[in-house]
Design a protein around this ligand. Sequence first.
Ligand SMILES: [Zn+2]
Length: 562
Amino acid sequence: MYQALYRTYRPEVFEEILGQEHIVKILKNQIKTDSVSHAYLFCGTRGTGKTTTARILAKGLNCLADSEGPCGKCASCLSIKEGTFMDVIEMDAASNNGVENIRELRESVKYPPAIGRKKIYIIDEVHMLSTEAFNALLKTLEEPPEYVVFILATTEPQKLPATILSRCMRLDFRRVSENTLVSGMKAICRDKGIDVSEDALRLIAANADGSVRDGLSILDQCLSGGQSRVTRDDVLEFLGTSGIETFIEMTDFVLSGKTAEAILLLSNVLVDGKDVRQFIRDWLSHYRGLLISKFVKDAADILNISSENAERLKEQSDKIDIGEINYAIVEISKTMADAKWSTQPRVLLELCIVKLSESSMRKEISVHTPRRSEPIQKHSIKEEPAVLQTQAQNTEAEETDLILQELDEGRQSTGADAKTQNAPVDTQILNRQAEPEKKMDLDLLWHRVFEDGENFKTSFNLIRSGTRLISIDDKYFFVQASNSLKLRYLKENASTLEDLMEKHTGMRRQLKCGEEGSAIPGTDGGEIPDSLHKANKSKSETDIEALKALAESELGIEIDIE
Ligand SMILES: [Zn+2]
């Protein structure tokens, strides 16, 4: 009968445990100095070696050989390995969670070990016990006989009562690093005489997410065809992941607002038999790659990809605004979480594609910058932002300020680096000052407020799509509603929104809202939000000169500033 790799290659002695050196050191020392605790709590995600370590500890406490840890070869060690040692009792709390199971256990605790030195109780998934069962267990933990050691294992320690936690020595198992996992799998492959390429092992390790068991299960599946050689492509095929080209193309589509093309591409990928959830995970990693490429020059190592792929990521990353990457990561993560429990993950992914694609279309419109080829008049600038339509006469300086903001945004989205470098130094400083008030950042903040809001009030959905955060100053935040209904709802929920904004910005501000196309009442009625003044106020004479020069060279118009 075939036995799974993670069973065949289960560590038998402390030295074979992967990536938990900090725990092994403590346990070995306790065995050596005979200072073993009466109750342990092993915490950690699945597949990090909790049960394996518990068994090795049990061996160490009953081993017949005279060594620091268990020898793995004596009668006791072998018997524990086979699961036939009478004094090591394993219990799975997931299927034995009732109080009667614990009562039974308490009965057996009374009797001293039959053949070993210590009687070991290993309770797996201990957080699954019922409240009564916990109470019954607590009594035993309070005054255990000398010869008993409890080892409780759990993936969710936060679900345990404090009374249990306080009576155990807690040891936290870490996720195993990819490098450790790769070297562990290499040893197994050598032992089995199978040739698995390094990049195939790396891909497996990356997908195991720190779990040895998951890593070995994937390796197992890749080997199940019986071939003696496994390549990265074999692993890719098994995992059902797509290559980087697919994600570059998909990202390009949503960035340019090509919703239909993006959905068709997804459809083609799924026809090939790829898994939707895997696709979402991989797309998220792709965006992570884009994010990291923005900051790290040679990202091949950190992203664990070939230098060719790192180059392609970099190329795409250069074309994207950081705010867009942020927004996409938030949206895709949310889709991934929802898809986990949904029976229709594909619909969720399609919805996500539409959202991302539409957000980039909105952005394109909002950052539309007049080009030299379309000569503009001063009054046409005044009409651009809807909120400002009904404002009283603006001063010339304010108009110029608006132009500057638009130029700045235009440059961000077209990525015209050369222009920034050639611009006067003062202008560059100005651009940076305007940075925190970027439209995209406000969108993201507003988005987060709603993520939060929906947790306690699902009707928040009603206004999510019809409102926009326009600006923020020290006292107020200004929100625009698309119609009177949304406006009313905004007003009804003002205090909740103010709470949420405070939570996300760390400062209490009052909500000011208005309908699209009308002025939002400001601090003293109908004035422009303070934030729009800011850059203007801090402007020195030289800044104005630089600004003037820039506006003239960019727009081909003359501007008078008094
Ligand atoms: Zn032994």
